[in-house]
Design a protein around this ligand. Structure first.
Ligand SMILES: [Fe+2]
Ligand SMILES: [Fe+2]
Length: 288
């Protein structure tokens, strides 16, 4: 297929993506309200038994548990925050898409889920170090969905695109967005953005998906969130691949320093907590 045909075919696939659940949309609608109502969110969650179970599980998992066991939806929503609860309900709708094996990325089934969760947790942690007041829940949701475009374009990628881009002779390429563009006329960030628009997700999440590889290009008002996801993504990849400082330097947008102030000590603490939280959130989110 010609490159332009591929680009069009990918756009058609985006149009065919199933919409999110009614509960997810109702939660998103509350989130975008000027004055979001916690009570309303609790009522919506309570209409969905599977979601209720999931949310109680996450609230009681080691990553979030602070004290006594949580047994009511109200307390669980208080503990997790509404955006996080919305993220969980979106996650429940997308888990099938994200658990398929991605042949174009040479990744096995479940790997995208693993990476997305790792990124969600790391982005949420970075949000605590943002200079402005950024919701850590929003960072979690954006991190969870940042690579959703991969689930569509994977099957169109001829081969593993993660070969070295021009100008580099050695090292490990964490993600090769230019390689995707060359092959397909689009990339997983742009396709992810199209999916987010189709789903009617809130603007900051759409922008975080679109710009997670080039955070400096994001609209100024969302840049703090986009940097949290950008860093979360890299930390997740480094944890997985054991990449070194050269890979980090090549992939990291140094502009983050303006938005995120984190000491070396806090950074190493953050890295060591991610794995722990990952296993705890993973089992609580996806066990049936
Ligand atoms: Fe990505
Ligand atoms: Fe990623």
């Amino acid at each position: 297929m010609e490159k332009t045909d591929l680009t069009e075919e990918i756009a058609r696939r985006v149009d065919d993506i199933p919409m999110l659940s009614t509960v997810a949309y109702r939660l998103i609608a509350i989130l975008t309200d000027e004055d979001p109502s916690l009570k309303e969110a609790v009522k919506i969650v309570e209409t969905d038994a599977a979601l209720t179970t999931r949310i109680l599980r996450v609230a009681n998992s080691a990553a979030f548990f602070r004290g006594n066991p949580i047994t009511t939806v109200f307390r669980a929503v208080m503990q997790l925050g509404m955006k996080m609860v919305t993220g969980i309900s979106i996650g429940a709708c997308t888990s099938q898409m994200m658990s398929r094996p991605l042949q174009g990325y040479e990744s096995a089934s479940g790997e995208l889920w693993d990476h997305s969760l790792r990124t969600a947790i790391a982005s949420r942690e970075f949000a605590f170090f943002i200079q402005s007041r950024l919701s850590s829940d929003l960072a979690f949701t954006a991190g969870l969905l940042h690579d959703i475009g991969k689930s569509i374009i994977s099957e169109f990628l001829e081969s593993n695109p993660e070969k070295l881009p021009e100008g580099r002779e050695t090292g490990l390429v964490l993600e090769n967005i230019e390689g995707e563009r060359k092959q397909l006329g689009t990339d997983h960030a742009l396709v992810g953005h199209a999916i987010a628009l189709r789903w009617g997700l809130p603007e900051p999440i759409c922008i975080a998906i679109k710009n997670h590889h080039q955070p400096g290009e994001a609209d100024d008002k969302y840049r703090d969130l986009v940097y949290a996801v950008h860093l979360g993504d890299l930390v997740a990849l480094i944890g997985k691949h054991g990449a070194g400082s050269e890979e980090l330097a090549f992939n990291l947008d140094p502009g983050y320093e303006k938005y995120i102030k984190i000491s070396d000590e806090d950074l190493s603490k953050l890295l060591s907590t991610i794995e722990e939280e990952l296993s705890s959130v993973k089992t609580s989110l996806f066990e049936e």
